[in-house]
Each structure stands twice: as structure tokens, then as C-alpha cells.
Design a protein around this ligand. Sequence first.
Ligand SMILES: [Zn+2]
Ligand SMILES: [Zn+2]
Length: 389
Amino acid sequence: MTHPIVEALQRNEAQFIELRRHFHQHPEIGFEEQQTSQRVAELLQQWGYDVHRGMAKTGVVGTLKVGNGSKRLGLRADMDALPMQEDSGKAWSSTVAGKFHGCGHDGHTTTLLYAAEYLARTRNFNGTLHLIFQPAEELLYGGRVMVEDGLFDTFPCDHIFGLHNMPGQKLGKIGLRDGAMMASSDTLHIEVNGVGGHGALPEHTVDATLVACHITLALQSIVSRNITPFEPAVVTVGSIQAGHAPNIINEKVLMKLTVRTLNEKVRQTVLQRIHDIAVAQAESFNATATIRHINGSPVLTNNPAANEMVRTVAQDLFGQDAVATVGAFMGSEDFAFMLEKNPDGCYFTIGAGDEADRCMVHNPGYDFNDKILLTGAALWSALTEHYLR
Ligand SMILES: [Zn+2]
Ligand SMILES: [Zn+2]
């Protein structure tokens, strides 16, 4: 038997598929989500929400208070696209060169709006609902800026939830994980300074390129020698910018690193070791290394009780098989900043389908699967009615 919420949502599914494709055609990247947030705000206002704009530049919060219940629930979606070219061949492909909803945030925004419309129309709950639309998730700090701008001071939430679509996961299956689910992410720059000179007269120089190579090799000892094999960690030197001619010994090198972990203590150990190794290696060659921490986001940690709530609601909507336990993922997600500030909550995935030809997020051929708009909207709606009953 179809659940009444699913039945109610089915009636206007076409309207929200159209809205999702509209957002897809008009992608905007981090902190530039002007048109998207304008549309989100207009719709929320039209449905009777109190709308707050301008948090983290383009963030939108829609609030709906029903009855006299004291509980406050926060549901969050991200609105930004990626700076990449789409090649999905879809009729609703991006109309903006070099910008593309390649992670499905068009779908996440639409999913939350889809639920917003249902919840405002039916008002079948008792308490305060905050719908949080954040910018710049792909930059991994839109969520942080929302929190710094006072998100939870202005809109206190007792529980918060976020979701992401997941290609490769069975269609509509809800993926849950207790505790650490997504990795911390830190971007570091290391500047190595030596003494430049003629390529044939090395005795007068301190070769910054050679020093950077030694640092790169030494950094790879951190995960293997300083971290227990039971804790995952990644140290990647993704960029080394050094010199341009064969006969010049280079005096300056810029190295760019990303660091991922699933444990805050491991994260701090890795960051400290990177600093110590880079400085000591450089010193051993009479060079210097300066380390700059460009940005970082914490480990995303789910509250098991919040996960249990999602599990109960999903199984009630879609049956016992609706949920699965998923593995941790070394990718990162800036909803982690919201969970860090407000740990009573969780983040889960919705399977976008496991067909062999389904593209992963951030692939030029990716497109959000419209079939799970209803799944997500039903889940947000049922979660609201369950938590704010
Ligand atoms: Zn992404
Ligand atoms: Zn994403």
C-alpha cells in the first residue's frame, strides 16, 4: 500500500521535475547563487514561510511554525554548481559554459522545496521547521560561513538533517552510517625557498625543486609510519609548481596538498607531522619551508539516535528494505560544520541507481536522477511529521 505522503506528493511530481531541470539549466557556483536563491525565496514566501535572506551572502532560511510545539527542526539543502563543462547530452543541459550542476545540488534544493510545498499545504505537524538553503558546499565552507553568520543563534534547531544523492547506490535506498561518515578535508600550501642560480653551477645554489621532491617523499611516511593502520588517512601532494627552464636552478617552489582523515585526533597528528617534516627537510638542505593552512572542514559525524529516526521514517514510508548501512567515504562535505556546531543530527545518502552506465558525481556526464526527488521529499516530509508531532 502506498503511504499517504507518497500519494500526496505523486500528484505534483511533474511540477518539481520541471523545477529541478530549470535549476539544472541555470547553474551558479559558490556564493554566486543569486538567481537560485531568489527563486527559492520566492517559492517559500508564496507557500507561507517566513523567509530570511543574505546569510553567507546567498543563503536562504525559510521558517514555518505550526501549533505550539516547542521542538525545532532544521533540514538543509545545498544550492551551488561546479565550475566544469557538462557533457550529459540531456535536453535540459546547462546553458552556462563552464558551469554545471555536476553534484546534484539542483536536485537537493528541489527535493527540499518539494517537501516545503507539501508541509505548508498540509501543516500536519506541531513545532518550528527551519529549511536551510546554503551556498558554496563545493568550496567546503559555505556551511561554515552560515554557522559563523549565526545560523543556529538566529534559528536554533534541536535536530538537523542533510542528504546527498549517491550514484552507484541502489535506486531510492537510504544509506546510513553511525559516527564518522565523511572525511575531514584540509588544504595546505607549502612554499619552499632556496637560492637560485645557473643549472651548471649547483655549488652556488640551494635547489628548491630538489627540496620539494624530498619533502614530497618524506610526507608519504606519515600515513605509513605515524598513523595506526586501523585509522584511514590520505596525504596527497596534488600540485608542485617549480621553474620553467632546464638550465636554471630554481629558488622557489609552491606545493599544494590535500589531507583527509576520519578522526579529529588523526587529523591533528597528520597536520602537525606535515609541518614538522616540511620544516626539517628544508632545513637539512639549507632551505626554508613555510606552511599555510588554506582551509579545512571537520570530520562529518552522525548521531546514531538521529540515524535511527531516519531509519524508522524511511522503513515506515518504503518498507523494511528501504535502508542500508553504508561505508565511510574519504570525500568531504561541509554539512560537517553544522553537525559540529549542532551534533544532534545526521547526514544520509539516497541511492541514485546502480546501473553500470550511471555517471558518478563530478563526472561531465552526470545528471541528478529525477526519480528520487519524490523519495527525498517524502522522507523530509515524514521526518518533519514524525519529529514535530
Ligand atoms: Zn560535489
Ligand atoms: Zn555534492
